[in-house]
Design a protein around this ligand. Structure first.
Ligand SMILES: Cc1cc2nc3c(=O)[nH]c(=O)nc-3n(C[C@H](O)[C@H](O)[C@H](O)COP(=O)(O)OP(=O)(O)OC[C@H]3O[C@@H](n4cnc5c(N)ncnc54)[C@H](O)[C@@H]3O)c2cc1C
Length: 514
């Protein structure tokens, strides 16, 4: 991430994780045409006017001139080879266009200049953080301005009394977490991508993470926002106080809005006191069903683990193969449970008993923080490890009520069998949030088709079980057809109305969500 913070934007582009270590990256190219076929034509038509206009050579030239009038020279990138490297996030199967320019502002005033310019020329704008997103929500559209916020990366204030941090959007999650820890404070939302992803991106997607089962998701920690609106006006929402109920909760509305309502240029984040170091337990199960039974028992008995994660057998073996971590290769499900309570060993002992009662064949509490961290490393490596099984992956993100978790995993296994595919599952089990990872060879047309169909069927299963199509990764391009199914016509109509109020010209992140 240090590299992303360097001044040289070319360097930043080269060190994007998708270019560095994302094995699915080639699939992006292979599947672009396929996805284009699937694109939502109605929504594209909505944006067509702006896109056509933005493409006209005279508009592009004027755009570059006007952007440069309000931004430092090195903050406006126009070399097509460079701008192309900002065209997509880390999702497969998502269309991405060619930006007309990439801008990397450092100040709120510069962001306002970009938005005023975009409005004047009717050019679409796609906000970006670190582009670790998994739904294509940060993908460029043709002729757009990519507005990368990674250079606005200052932590402006940490207040132990008010228990808040005030940050710019490009601050990396792990950088903030370490900074507040020095004050004895804790910023809980911890997506597995935390070493790279930004607070702006976390707000854009309402990110979750490993500790959500106890501490909740990003939405619970965003108290107030500074937002540059589509026309360049600056909006301040929310508060920096412990309480506050003045007017509609616009702050919450922006969280998870995927850059479609405004550009987040500042955030007031709630902090908690640093909890004691957590201790982790690993339990091996002969089936995913037995592991899910243990999850339900743990929650039913009123325990509050700080982490309750599941890796199925495929995932465990993939992590072993990648990192030689000595995890149990024959297990069908590994449950990781942690407590950061005053007596974590006692809590883990109680949970260990519940795991054994549910059929665990082995229950191994970590001896200390170092061993605990090693187990968490294994869980954090899950997606990366599954990506090494084939040339491409599609990562699903279906969240179901905990009581339906076993049915979700059983149904996913049936879908894998039906389509003849490897689908590894890791899950924030305590939240009922599963990540089925469909592994396939992108050069094999038939396998790619089956992958997409199985991906869709997993979402249908989630909805049928009373769940949601996305627990934390967002809708983006990948799931926009499915959002309409989940919201229903009235929900879609109202949400489109909200979008229109904030962005009447439809310039902000077009083609996403709807
Ligand atoms: C290995 C790996 C593990 C992951 N694990 C998790 C996980 O555990 N939990 C989880 O929730 N996600 C996870 N993700 C997904 C991803 O990291 C998150 O969605 C993250 O929040 C994206 O942050 P980003 O900075 O990369 O944002 P981007 O991907 O660049 O953008 C995400 C969205 O936010 C919008 N956006 C970005 N900045 C702004 C801004 N300043 N103003 C307005 N809109 C903005 C973009 O337009 C886009 O819609 C993982 C991804 C990877 C690759």
């Amino acid at each position: 991430m240090d590299d992303l913070r360097q001044d040289d934007p070319h360097q930043a582009a080269q060190t994007h994780p998708a270019a560095q270590d994302h094995p699915a990256a080639p699939a992006h190219e292979a599947t672009r045409a396929h996805e284009a076929d699937r694109a939502d034509h109605a929504s594209q038509a909505d944006q067509a006017d702006h896109t056509d206009q933005a493409h006209a050579p005279d508009v592009v030239a004027r755009l570059h001139t006007m952007l440069r009038a309000g931004l430092p020279a090195d903050a406006v990138l126009t070399d097509p080879d460079v701008t192309a490297s900002y065209s997509r996030d880390m999702a497969s199967f998502c269309a991405a266009g060619t930006p007309a320019a990439v801008v990397l502002p450092r100040t709120v005033e510069q962001v306002r200049h970009v938005m005023r310019t975009a409005t004047e020329l009717r050019v679409p704008v796609v906000p970006q953080g670190a582009r670790t997103g998994l739904s294509g929500a940060a993908n460029a559209s043709d002729g757009c301005i990519v507005l990368s916020l990674v250079k606005m990366d200052r932590i402006l204030e940490i207040s132990p009394v008010d228990r808040i941090a005030v940050v710019e959007p490009g601050v990396v999650n792990a950088v903030l977490s370490r900074a507040v820890a020095e004050h004895g404070l804790y910023y809980p939302p911890d997506p597995s991508s935390w070493e790279t992803c930004t607070i702006g991106g976390n707000i854009g997607t309402a990110s979750g993470g490993l500790c959500c089962v106890k501490y909740g998701v990003t939405a619970e920690y965003v108290l107030g926002l500074d937002v540059v609106l589509a026309d360049g006006r600056l909006l301040r929402t929310g508060r920096r106080t412990a309480k506050g109920v003045a007017g509609y909760d616009l702050t919450r509305l922006f969280v998870g809005s995927e850059g479609s309502l405004g550009i987040v240029v500042g955030a007031v984040l709630a902090l908690k006191p640093q909890p004691p170091a957590q201790l982790v337990l690993a339990a091996e199960f002969p089936s995913a069903e037995a592991a899910c039974e243990a999850v339900c028992a743990i929650m039913e008995r009123g325990h509050t683990p700080s982490l309750l994660e599941l890796m199925d057998g495929t995932t465990v073996r993939a992590v072993n193969r990648l990192a030689h971590m000595g995890l149990p290769n024959t297990t069908e499900a590994l449950l990781l449970c942690a407590f950061d309570t005053p007596d974590p060993a006692a809590d883990l002992a109680a949970v260990g008993e519940l795991c054994r009662a549910a059929g665990a064949t082995e229950v191994v509490p970590a001896d200390d923080a170092a061993e605990s961290e090693l187990l968490l490393q294994a869980r954090r490596l899950s997606l990366t490890a599954l990506e090494t099984l084939k040339t491409a992956t599609m990562i699903d993100d279906v969240c179901v009520p905990r009581t339906k978790l076993a049915a979700m995993l059983a149904g996913t296994a049936e879908i894998a069998e039906k389509y003849g595919l490897t689908i590894g599952v890791c899950a924030h089990a305590g939240d009922g949030n599963t990540h089925p990872v469909v592994c396939f060879d992108h050069a094999d047309e038939d396998e790619s088709r089956r992958a997409r169909e199985s991906f869709d069927e997993i979402m249908a299963l989630g909805l049928a079980l009373g769940g949601t199509i996305t627990g934390e990764h967002g809708v983006g391009v990948l799931k926009k057809e499915w959002l309409a199914r989940e919201l229903g016509p009235v929900g879609v109509e109202l949400q489109r109305g909200i979008k229109k109020t904030f962005d009447p010209l439809g310039l902000l992140n077009p083609g996403k969500l709807f």
